[in-house]
Design a protein around this ligand. Structure first.
Ligand code: GDP
Ligand code: MG
Ligand code: ZN
Length: 299
């Protein structure tokens, strides 16, 4: 049987749509893939290239998933990896100069995520109209020294908007960055008619609430795609506070003892006057629990 090649452009959990030519075809997984999917969550994700057999009613059955060039993923507990999107060319970390102020550590976290997933990474500093040029250059310097491209933009003055547009052309890109930095503004100013949503799910709502599970690839007028996925937001939260919170919940005895550490940001590894290590030495916290806690924290 002759299979057709498709690109998964929309996925809302069990349901998937693949683009075949200019058609958007609803698809299901072949039974043998489904059994695998029970062991691996999100077996097929947006950006996957798949082989499809067409049914008489026009819908498709995904028969095979082609090898991925890259993976945007989130690392969970026990080495478990959750893939958010496949075959993404580049991760664009968008920060703003002010409101909110640029955070180098967030940029660096996403550079690490990009490297891990074999994606290119670019840092965009938006709202450049709100900060002095010298400050902007100082933020960019360590990134540029590490070989990372930094693009300065402003919706207000139009600075860098053409550069941003050419960055997206012909590529599959995912935009990451805190709420309020101007991701939607940048995209809307470039593609006013395209009705593209980026990281829409959490805006104006509380963390983790009202989440949609729909991920999609938006085709760009100039070629290329923008990835919209709630996963990118959960990735930020996961690697920031949710992960720590979840781990703290799992080790209440460590959390309790940690209140007595000398340093508020104590990692309970090498710091002096660490109440957690003291509790371990006194036998109040089991050593094995302590070691597992450190392993979970990636220490
Ligand atoms: N001064 C200034 N404000 C901007 C710029 N870009 C976006 N904003 C404003 O920042 C706010 C948040 O923008 P938005 O696109 O919703 O951010 P998102 O949450 O990252 O999608 C809006 O009020 C925008 O008008 C810019 O380049 N300069
Ligand atoms: Mg937005
Ligand atoms: Zn400590």
């Amino acid at each position: 049987m002759q299979f057709e090649r498709g690109l998964v452009i929309r996925n809302d959990g069990p349901r998937m749509w693949a683009q075949i030519g200019s058609e958007e075809v609803p698809c299901v997984l072949r039974g043998k893939l489904k059994r695998e999917a029970q062991r691996v969550t999100s077996l097929v994700v947006v950006g996957d290239e798949v082989e499809i057999s067409r049914q008489p009613d026009g819908t498709g059955v995904i028969e095979a998933i082609l090898p991925r060039r890259s993976e945007l993923s989130r690392q969970g507990f026990h080495g478990y990896v959750h893939v958010i999107a496949a075959n993404v060319d580049q991760l664009l970390f968008v920060g703003s100069a002010q409101q909110p102020r640029f955070k180098l550590h967030l940029a660096e976290r996403f550079l690490a995520i990009a490297r891990r997933g074999r994606m290119d990474a670019v840092v965009v500093i938006n709202k450049c109209d709100l900060e002095h040029e010298n400050t902007l250059k100082a933020w960019a310097a360590p990134l540029e020294q590490a070989g990372v491209r930094v693009v300065f933009t402003s919706i207000m003055t139009g600075q860098g908007v053409d550069e941003f547009r050419s960055l997206l052309a012909g590529k599959v890109s995912v935009l990451a960055g805190q709420s309020g930095v101007g991701k939607s503004s940048l995209v809307n100013s470039l593609f006013p008619d395209a009705n593209i949503k980026t990281n829409t799910v959490h805006e104006g709502s509380n963390k983790g609430r009202h989440t949609t599970t729909t991920s999609r690839l938006y085709p760009l007028p100039g070629g290329g795609y923008l990835v919209d996925t709630p996963g990118i937001k959960s990735l930020e939260l996961m690697e920031e506070d949710t992960e720590d919170e979840a781990i703290n919940d799992l080790y209440p005895e460590v959390t309790e003892a940690a209140a007595g550490c000398k340093f508020r940001d104590c990692t309970h590894t090498h710091e002096p006057q660490c109440a957690v290590k003291q509790a371990v030495n006194l036998g109040k916290i089991r050593r094995e629990r302590y070691q597992n806690f450190l392993r979970m924290r990636g220490a």
